[in-house]
Design a protein around this ligand. Structure first.
Ligand code: G
Ligand code: G
Ligand code: MN
Ligand code: NA
Length: 249
């Protein structure tokens, strides 16, 4: 059986789950989680990097994207009982934006789970910025009017134009982990530049893939306070994510 065939049945067979990776502020306090998809197949977890492209090609990403968005909203509503103001980041594939029902689906989930819209953060990659601009702009701005926030994920790896990011009123830029990995060298210059631009273009910066204390310290020197990575926490199963909040971390 090919992965593609197996993916047809994966949702019905409950083979997907979401895990949640904390994002911390300058005090190390959890302010957000990123929902990340996991596929348990034939005894192991297959990486989303392997199966998301397949689901994008088959269009199945729309269904699974809706599924993880609902999971994330449901868990967020539980989290908000434990800690007010916590937000949830959900990765969105560009293919989901082409779905006619995308905006309605997001709005319905916000209603059903009584989510304060500004606590739902949708992560898009730079590719989104360059495709079918007016369709996507329109959908992004409809959701922004409701209060939903947008982040550009893996920033620096594609070709982004800062003016487009500015025109789209992006709220957060997540600096790709390759720059954090290299922050003791040239990465630092890039991180500092992005942080400097963020002041005038008015977005917040999140560093991804922070793995060491040293990287965290340099990020702080650069003025970057929101961080995510193995140094703080690996992605957590839903029970563990709720537990860490209940314990006041
Ligand atoms: O969790 P991990 O590092 O294995 O994720 C690998 C890649 O898969 C990352 O680029 C991440 O953004 C992407 N990814 C993880 N979960 C989702 C999801 O629910 N939807 C989409 N579109 N991408 C995801
Ligand atoms: O593209 P996106 O940022 O959504 O991808 C997030 C991916 O990065 C997830 O698959 C997650 O498991 C992985 N990740 C999270 N923190 C770290 C880290 O500190 N180091 C590395 N190498 N990967 C990380
Ligand atoms: Mn992401
Ligand atoms: Na990323």
């Amino acid at each position: 059986i090919t992965l593609n065939e197996a993916l047809r049945y994966a949702l019905d067979r409950n083979e997907f789950r979401a895990v949640y990776q904390p994002i911390v502020d300058g005090n190390g306090e959890i302010v957000s989680f990123e929902a990340l998809l996991r596929w348990h197949f034939q005894g192991r977890d297959i990486s989303p990097a392997e199966f998301i492209p397949l689901m994008e090609q088959s269009g199945r990403i729309v269904q699974i994207g809706n599924w993880i968005m609902e999971e994330a909203c449901r868990i967020l509503s539980e989290m908000l009982k434990l800690k007010s103001g916590i937000s949830m980041c959900v990765n969105i594939s560009i293919i989901q934006f082409y779905d006619k029902e995308f905006v309605d689906n997001v709005n319905n989930l916000i209603d059903r789970y009584a989510i304060p819209p500004h606590l739902l953060h949708l992560e898009v990659t730079e590719s989104i910025i360059h495709s079918e601009q007016h369709t996507i702009y329109h959908k992004v701005s409809q959701l922004q009017k409701r209060g939903v926030k947008f982040s550009v994920d893996d920033f620096g790896t594609g070709y982004s134009s800062l003016s487009v990011i500015h025109n789209m009123n992006i709220d957060f830029i997540k600096i790709d982990r390759s720059f954090i990995n290299n922050i003791e060298n040239k990465g630092r210059t890039i991180v500092q530049a992005v942080k400097d631009i963020s002041e005038s273009l008015d977005f917040d910066v999140i560093a991804e893939g922070v793995e060491t204390e040293k990287q965290a310290a340099i990020l702080k020197q650069c003025g970057v306070h929101f961080m995510q990575g193995y140094y703080f926490s690996r992605p957590l199963e839903q029970g563990a994510a709720l537990h860490i909040l209940a314990a006041g971390q």
